[in-house]
Ligand binder design. Sequence first.
Ligand SMILES: Cc1ncc(COP(=O)(O)O)c(C=O)c1O
Length: 384
Amino acid sequence: MPEAPFDWLDRHAEQRRRAGLSRTLRPRPADDPVLDLAGNDYLGLTHHPRVTRAAADAALRWGAGSTGSRLVTGTTALHGELEAELAALCGAEAALVFASGYAANLAAVSALTGPGTLIASDAANHASLIDGCRLSRAEKAVVPHADPEAFAKALAGHDGRAVAVTDSVFSVDGDAAPLAALAVVCREAGAGLLVDDAHGLGVLGEGGAGAVSAAGLAGSPDVVTTVTLSKSLGSQGGAVVGPARVIRHLVENARTFIFDTGLAPAAVGGALEALRVIREEPGRPVRTREVARELSERLASAGLLASTPDAAVVSVRAPSPEAALRWAERCREQGVAVGCFRPPSVPDGISRLRLTARADLTAAQVDAAVGVVVGTAPREPIGD
Ligand SMILES: Cc1ncc(COP(=O)(O)O)c(C=O)c1O
């Protein structure tokens, strides 16, 4: 008898389970007592009363949904305000809001390239950039991680349009891309530079203006930035920020802009208010970076292999996927939620815990988190 069409799914799930790679959903209660070092609310704004009030007000005024795609009925005055404020914070000419950072990345990569274009892409880039490369049907060169010379080599000799694509802060290890050096390489090669600043906006740069601004590249005509509204801005959604002609091109050509419902008003209103809070409280990004450094230093001095953070993310190596999973479980049992990254989310095959700093963590909470992560660490040795 031939196998039923989806029988293979059970075998596949079993293989993943045996390899310690199963993924499961865990709905969290609204009043979860667990200390959150797993989320991406870097500035502690998701529950900020001004941000939640603005989100609620926007829903009451404009509706629960945006009612249509941005080019039909899905653009409200609030979307325009958010785009103007995002562009102002990043020092760019214009911005365009998408339903997610994922959609913004698909749009930016695929609409700015295409068959005949060369994309040089950092080997550790986020999945959404990789998927944008796949969608683009451009020629691709995957370049060793954070290596400007490798980018230069990949771009050299290409005849025609080229774009280098990189995360600004890499989501798993939290290390920063060498953006200033990459910009020089791109300029010399006549290539554009596309930077995903999902983990830099709100954390790096003056007043949280982001990694592109921190690298002195704000307003550069050859640099395009994508951001998410779902991390530092405590909301949901994404945006592309850059030269006005890039934004005009995306409005007319980017499929994830044209064929997707506009971002819900509540998310727009929340993100807009978050930008205003950041402007009034420039100490928040500074505090987030301090907390990340403190977490990393204290974990390392307890003998763990903790990364040195360039922004809010600290990763800690685990001996195996199974050990990483057990470690994260034990942390949770003791009241601390941490991220657990295993292959294929980590292409180098090294499993890790991922801890995120927040501006609103108190000294006592940092103490408690360090105590739990150190106290539950696996005893097995960690290989190279
Ligand atoms: C580097 C990076 N880019 C893009 C995204 C996607 O953003 P969003 O969650 O808004 O779709 C993420 C989110 O996890 C990310 O870490």
